[in-house]
Design a binder for this molecule. Sequence first.
Ligand SMILES: NC(=O)c1ccc[n+]([C@@H]2O[C@H](COP(=O)([O-])OP(=O)(O)OC[C@H]3O[C@@H](n4cnc5c(N)ncnc54)[C@H](O)[C@@H]3O)[C@@H](O)[C@H]2O)c1
Length: 249
Amino acid sequence: MRLKNKIAIITGAGSGIGRGIASAFVKEGAKVVIADWSEEGGKEMVEQIKKEGGEAVFVETDVSKAADIEQMVKTCLDKFGRVDILVNNAGIYRACNLHEMTEEDWDKIIDVNLKSVFLGSKRVISEMLKQGKGKIVNIASIAGLVGFAQSSAYCASKGGMIALTKEMALEYAPQKINVNSIAPGVIKTAMTKDMLDDLATKQFLESSTPYPRLGEPEDIAMAAVYLASDESDFVNGEVLVVDGGWVVK
Ligand SMILES: NC(=O)c1ccc[n+]([C@@H]2O[C@H](COP(=O)([O-])OP(=O)(O)OC[C@H]3O[C@@H](n4cnc5c(N)ncnc54)[C@H](O)[C@@H]3O)[C@@H](O)[C@H]2O)c1
């Protein structure tokens, strides 16, 4: 088992990629905190893990709020006594032309996708420094590497996440805290459902992905297992692109 007895917090684990990561972590021996603002999705995931014989706890969390992040980490420490891994995965997307985007929408996307990484990492790093080791995995996007129309705030948030990953990696490498990001391509989840329900958009996304299928949450989960495990101790500040070849075209 690659994550035996490790304690992991996974944000946005009530759906999609976060669920895939939580399942894979538990299979590899980790105990997990499911942090999501959706009580329904989060609790369902905890039940699923328990049925499969794993250990998990749900904490209702809005990752853009410092008080909620504090409660998330407290729940983890109260239940499991330490935190070895943080996966900053919770995120939102909204398609909108830049000139039509409201300031509120801009702030919301930046707060949920980027400020959350600052808040969550800041809090767990304090614990990881005491423990002498830690792993932070940020779920960014290929939208942080290449442009996507109608995605200004989303692209900015994911580009910021990749830059922040490198900054944190440098700052905490001497204390054996690894910080890396994953840049998924198109993955079949609730976030992409509307796009994939539209035949023309689906065909465009499939034809833009050289590998002959779109991504599944498990594709990202396996990359996250690697970056959360001791196997990747010498990997720091990286962006692991998992996109079926979209950005190398
Ligand atoms: N699906 C894709 O194609 C794709 C591609 C690249 C990157 N990503 C990124 O992967 C991550 C997961 O996306 P997904 O596709 O699984 O989407 P999803 O919508 O299926 O899941 C997102 C989860 O995050 C939770 N969440 C949203 N805002 C939150 C908040 N403020 N506080 C706590 N929880 C919150 C939601 O309740 C949901 O459970 C996101 O960061 C997304 O940007 C997704």
